[in-house]
Design a protein around this ligand. Structure first.
Ligand code: NDP
Length: 435
C-alpha cells in the first residue's frame, strides 16, 4: 500500500483477491519463491499522457489519458477504456487488476489491462467527443496493436467513441487492423452480441447459480441499478427469462415500474436520445411508475439484485436492506459495485453472490470472439455467437463452483473466481521466467 499511496480502489481490489489466496499459497509454495503476488501487483507498463482538444467555443481543454498494461502472461493486454470525470490512476489500476483474473476465467488467450480518461462525455457534442477521441488516440496508438494491447469500451465509451478511436488509429498507422479495438460497429469488423454480452452474461451466470437451488428467473422480482450498456441488456435478458425487472437508475435517481420495465422505451431514452432516467416516468404515463430523485434501487423489495452501475454503489446498509427483503441472489454486472462489508453480509446470510470478475466476464469474452472473427476475416450469426457466450458463462460458473469445492469453501463464488483466475496466470508467469 505504501508503494501506491492514495489508490483506494486498487487497494480494495487487491485485498479482496489476496484474502482468497491463503489456501493456494499453502498448496503451492513455489508461487511465493517466485514472488508471483508482488509481481502481479506491479503493472508491466503504465502510460499517462496529456490529451489536448478544443471545445465548441474554441477553448483549449486538457484531460489526462491512461493505459495500464497490467499482465500479458496469457495473451495481449485486453480491457476497456473508461471516460468519466472520476477516472484517476487508482480506478484504472483497480479495473486493470480485476481484468487479469476475469480474462483468465474466460478461458480465452487474453492478458489484463485497462485505460481511460477523466474526460466527461456527458453534455458534449458529437464533434467535441470526436475531437477528444482523435487526440486521445494520437498518443495511444503507439502503445496498442492486435498482438500488443487491444482496448474496448467501458463507462462512457460505447460504439460512437470506438468508431472515432478506430478511425484515428487507421488514419495514423495507414493500417486497417481490425483486431486493434473491440466493440466495433457490425459493418466494419464488430461482432454481433458484443453490445449485449455483458448484461446477457450476468443474467446467464445468475441463472446457473439459481439452478443450484432448483430455481430460475421465472417469476423473480429483480432490481437493477444503472441504465447504461450493462444494465439495459441485463434487464432485457432477465425479462426474456420470465423475471419482472422493477428498476433502473442513473446518477441522478431511479425509476420503479411495478409492471416491469418497458425496455423499448428505456432504450429509446438512454441509447437513442441519450436522455435522463427521469424521462421514463414522465413518458410511461402510469400510476404504477414513479421516479425517485437521489436514493438507491436497493430500497425496493426484490428476490434478485443486479448492481450494474458503478463501483461501491451497494454498501452494508443496502445489503442488510436487501437481505431483509428476502433477496436470494446478487450478481455484480458492474465492476466491484459491492463494498467488502456488503459482500461478507451476503455470503454470511447464504445469499448466492457472484463477483463481477465472473458475472460480468461475458463482455470481454465476446470481445475475444470478435478478435477471433477479425483474425479469420469471418463474421458469425447472432445465434451462433450467443451460443458461444452461453457456453462460456456456464463454463465460468462451473469453474468457480468446482474450484470453491476443491479449496474447501463450497458455494463461495468469490474465492472460486479469484483462485481459478489466479492459478492459471501464476502458472503461465512461472513458465515464462522472471520478466
Ligand atoms: P455506461 O456508461 O453505459 O453506463 C453506466 C451507467 O451507470 C449510467 O446509466 C450511469 O448514469 C450509471 N451510474 C454511474 N454512476 C452511478 C451512480 N453513482 N448511481 C447510479 N447510477 C450510476 O457503462 P457500462 O454499462 O458499460 O458499465 C457499467 C459497469 O459495468 C461499470 O462498472 C463497468 O466497468 C462494468 N462493465 C462494463 C462492461 C461493458 O462491456 N460495457 C464489461 C464489464 C464490466 P449517468 O448517466 O448518470 O452517469
Amino acid at each position: 500500500f505504501r508503494r501506491n499511496p492514495g489508490e483506494a480502489e486498487f487497494h480494495q481490489a487487491v485485498t479482496e483477491v489476496f484474502e482468497s489466496l491463503e489456501a493456494v499459497s499453502r498448496k503451492r509454495p513455489e508461487y511465493a519463491e517466485a514472488a508471483i503476488l508482488q509481481r502481479m501487483c506491479e503493472p508491466e507498463r503504465q502510460i499517462i499522457f496529456r490529451v489536448p482538444w478544443t471545445d465548441s467555443e474554441g477553448r483549449v481543454q486538457i484531460n489526462r489519458g491512461f493505459r495500464v498494461e497490467f499482465n500479458s502472461a496469457l495473451g495481449p493486454y485486453k480491457g476497456g477504456l473508461r471516460f468519466h470525470p472520476s477516472v484517476y490512476l487508482g480506478i484504472v489500476k483497480f479495473l486493470g487488476f480485476e481484468q487479469i483474473f476475469k480474462n483468465s476465467l474466460t478461458g480465452m488467450p487474453i492478458g489484463g489491462g485497462k485505460g481511460g480518461s477523466d474526460f466527461d462525455p456527458r453534455g458534449k457534442t458529437d464533434a467535441e467527443v470526436m475531437r477528444f477521441c482523435q487526440s486521445f488516440m494520437t498518443e495511444l496508438y503507439r502503445h496498442i496493436g492486435e498482438y500488443t494491447d487491444v482496448p474496448a469500451g467501458d463507462v462512457g465509451v460505447g460504439g460512437r467513441e470506438i468508431g472515432y478511436l478506430f478511425g484515428q488509429y487507421k488514419r495514423i498507422t495507414n493500417r486497417y487492423e481490425s483486431g486493434v479495438l473491440t466493440g466495433k460497429g457490425i459493418s466494419w469488423g464488430g461482432s454481433l452480441v458484443r453490445p449485449e454480452a455483458t448484461g446477457f452474461g450476468t443474467v446467464l451466470f445468475t441463472q446457473e447459480m439459481l439452478k443450484t437451488r432448483g430455481m430460475s428467473f421465472d417469476g423473480q422480482r429483480v432490481v437493477v441499478s444503472g441504465s447504461g450498456n450493462v444494465a439495459l441488456n441485463a434487464i432485457a435478458k432477465a425479462q426474456t427469462l420470465g423475471a419482472r425487472v422493477l428498476t433502473a437508475s442513473d446518477s441522478s435517481g431511479y425509476i420503479v415500474d411495478e409492471r416491469g420495465i418497458d425496455i423499448d422505451l428505456l432504450r429509446q431514452i438512454k441509447e437513442v436520445e441519450r436522455g435522463r432516467i427521469s424521462e421514463y416516468a414522465e413518458r410511461a404515463k402510469s400510476k404504477r411508475v414513479h421516479y425517485v430523485e437521489g436514493g438507491t434501487v436497493w430500497d425496493v423489495d426484490s428476490s434478485v439484485a443486479l448492481p450494474c452501475a458503478t463501483q461501491n454503489e451497494l454498501d452494508a446498509k443496502h445489503a442488510k436492506r436487501l437481505i431483509a427483503s428476502g433477496v436470494v441472489a446478487v450478481s455484480e454486472g458492474a465492476n466491484m459495485p459491492c463494498t467488502a462489508a456488503a459482500t461478507s453480509l451476503f455470503q454470511d446470510s447464504g445469499v448466492l453472490f457472484a463477483p463481477g470478475k465472473a458475472a460480468n466476464a461475458g463482455g470481454v469474452a465476446t470481445s475475444a470472439l470478435e478478435m477471433q472473427q477479425n483474425a479469420s476475416r469471418d463474421s458469425w450469426s447472432f445465434a451462433h455467437t450467443e451460443e458461444r457466450l452461453t457456453e462460456i458463462m456456464i463454463g465460468i460458473h462451473d469453474r468457480c463452483a468446482s474450484t470453491a469445492d476443491e479449496y474447501g469453501v463450497p458455494g463461495n463464488y468469490v474465492a472460486g473466481a479469484n483462485i481459478a483466475g489466479f492459478v492459471k496466470v501464476a502458472d503461465a508467469m512461472l513458465a515464462q521466467g522472471l520478466i
